[in-house]
Design a protein around this ligand. Structure first.
Ligand code: ZN
Length: 109
């Protein structure tokens, strides 16, 4: 496992993913090793380390990211009646590339 799974494996194309939704700068896809029954990841296509490293100049990408998170969360909520949305920081953040989890159901492990 590398420090940055998203740049190294997903955005490089080394790992193929099942896309859920995509915009010019943002990708949403089904987690490759899900830990919820429904588990979608939303990432910026450019490298951003985490939510709290975003600067004032990143407002456009933040809005685009949140717009995709909202769209995906709405789909999951409409389909399943509930949804979790979260992003991890510090030692909770496994891969040092900003990513949002959009999930439904009880944890699988
Ligand atoms: Zn990255």
């Amino acid at each position: 496992m590398t420090e940055d799974f998203y740049c190294d494996a997903v955005l490089s194309g080394k790992t193929s993913v099942e896309k859920v939704y995509e915009t010019q700068n943002v990708l949403a896809y089904h987690h490759t090793r899900p830990f919820y029954p429904v588990h979608i990841v939303v990432i910026p296509k450019s490298h951003i380390p985490s939510l709290i490293t975003l600067g004032d100049e990143d407002t456009d990408i933040l809005l685009e990211l949140l717009s995709v998170v909202k769209t995906v969360a709405m789909q999951v909520t409409n389909e399943h009646g509930a949804c979790r949305v979260l992003t991890n920081l510090g030692k909770y953040q496994d891969s040092k590339h900003l990513h949002w989890h959009v999930a439904f159901g009880e944890p699988l492990r």
